[in-house]
Design a protein. Structure first.
Length: 116
């Protein structure tokens, strides 16, 4: 059974940092691009960051560029999102995903709350 399990969310003051982790299991994800989206209740899902299968290429939303860094450990099927200089508007649920061709897998999400 394929599972993506996020961790690392929590409450932090504005300007602080958090590191999200997403552990994938149930198959080998070395060929999959992985990344993060976020979605607040009642709002559309928003792309945050993506990293390709080798880790050699990354893509960020303009709203997080320069503050967030995505990375992955291929050996452990884990993707990370280092979030620095957090802002109250970064408050929402963050979802990890893995994609290859027409196959998409999603995690359950982890809450990030940034207080002002």
């Amino acid at each position: 059974q394929v599972q993506l399990v996020e961790s690392g969310g929590g409450l932090v003051q504005a300007g602080g940092s958090l590191r999200l982790s997403c552990a994938a299991s149930g198959r080998t994800f070395s060929s999959y691009d992985m990344g993060w989206y976020r979605q607040a209740p009642g709002k559309e899902r928003e792309f945050v960051a993506r990293i390709n299968w080798s880790g050699g290429s990354t893509l960020y939303a303009e709203s997080v560029k320069g503050r967030f860094t995505i990375s992955r450990d291929i050996a452990t099927n884990t993707v990370y999102l280092q979030m620095n200089s957090l802002k109250p508007e970064d408050t929402t649920i963050y979802y990890c995903y893995a994609t290859w061709g027409r196959q998409d897998y999603w995690g359950q999400g982890t809450q990030v709350t940034v207080s002002s």
